[in-house]
Design a protein around this ligand. Sequence first.
Ligand code: B12
Ligand code: SF4
Length: 477
Amino acid sequence: MKILFINPPIRLTDKPRHIPHGLAILANTIRKKMGITPEFLDINAHRYNEKQVEAILRSTEFDVALIGGLIPVYKRIIFYADMIKRVNPNALIMAGGSAAMSVPQLLLQNSKVDVVCAGEGEKAIIALLEGLKDYKLEELTGIKGFYYKINDELSFPGGLDLIEDLDSESAMPAYDLLPMDIYLSNPIIGFGKDIDFISSRGCPFMCTFCYQPWGRRFRGHSVDFIINALKHLKQNYNIDFVSFQDDEFMANKKRVYEFCEKVQQHIPGLLWSCTGRVNLVAEDIVGSMVKAGCVSISYGFETGSTRLLQEMNKMATLELMQKAIKINRKFGIMLPISFIIGMPGETDESCRETVEFCVKNEIPLKSIMFATPYPGTKLFDLAISTGRIDQEKLHEFVLQLEDARDFVVNLTAAFTDEQLIAKRQEMIDEVCFRVKPVPAETYTEKLRNLFGPLYENFLRDKALMKHRAEHGGIDIF
Ligand code: B12
Ligand code: SF4
């Protein structure tokens, strides 16, 4: 059986920096468990145009195509599924990732995809592919973990339990099948060769705008698994930096401390960043993290309004947010913060509270997204039940979804669409006017302290500097 993985393009306004973890993990799982080495067509990394993709599909032999990603690739899965069936009508198309599992029926009804993975792919894909060696798909529709479309009929025999032990049942991404040189030349947060890594699944919190397919139970890879993967990345790709993209890297304190103890011992000089949460940071843990090479902890503050924090179930307070700012600043590490405008209940007054919070704490309002009801979230259910999204036009709605910097739907009662779009810009402008920027020399000094020679090399690379100036925006202190 010949298997082809396809990573559709995402965030075309930016360079490709994030490796397709889900697909690359499955590619490695298939190689390990079935002894088949799949082909990997990484359209996102290479930014192939349609003609190039079609030519590659024509010259590649494959029986099964596996495609997936997050919700903005929904439309691209549909597009490439069409192309695949045109080029290779007998190929079976399987889709997964949040673009597929948050709207499985919708995707099957509106595309040439045959099968959608309903959750974690590791166990499910092996069961299905093993079955396909001897049987046709029609005979396998009892295998759990997938939605099937056979002769336009949809069926779903049920989901699978979540993986208990990620170390033994999941795998490291198949880095060798990816164009790592492309990913490593586009740093995410750090300087030098920066790679992203996901070391856990699940988040104990339930913010209303967030999609949590893995539920509230935090499941982490062991520290030894992480260290082995990072050692592999150091030895094979000479990485300088790791950006942990976990939903909540700090959810398990014990794991964080153990990681801090071991990382420099095994990979001396490695720098890293991670996601944090205001109720999980404290001076002692951040101190250990910084000693172990951490240079950035990012936070979703979302709003300066206590009322809205409660309404979005953020389980955070303005006091905790201020404490997190102080801690990051005390240790001199970066402080990327994101905000949301336009949650249901947003008013002029709550926008004012956000602006005043930023001004008081001297935070630039660089990253402020429109509240977007992504499928699978509480916000999505609310937008449907209140008629903000027309259930009859769900497919059209999902086709529009991209980056949350783009406005899609107004969830507020206080603003018209135009007012909300204008409000966001007003807030950015006002904070920019009232918060004094960190002087250039202090800023350079801070980056030098954190990154040492990696920063000096960056200063010599004019192209990278230009790109970072245009697309960076996360190096806030
Ligand atoms: C890294 C990441 C990104 C990266 C993209 C990486 C990439 N190359 O695709 C970047 C930073 C670009 C990104 C951007 C956005 N993101 Co994002 N991102 C993530 C994050 C943190 C990790 C994704 C990941 O790799 N997970 C780990 C892998 C192992 O899980 P997985 O992909 O789901 O794969 C498993 C299964 O789904 C399945 N599977 C996956 N693919 C396939 C394919 C087949 C054929 C099969 C059988 C199975 C299968 O098997 C895998 C192993 O079990 C997730 C949060 C999360 N925990 O997943 C959010 C997440 C995916 N992002 C999300 C969102 C909303 C966005 C944005 C739209 C937000 C924004 N603020 O603008 C932007 C979109 C930008 C754009 N213009 O398109 C949402 C998606 C919601 C939804 N309903 O789809 C998530 C879930 C965050 C959240 N909790 O709400 N994101
Ligand atoms: S926004 Fe962060 S803390 Fe809230 S549920 Fe999502 S991952 Fe968890």
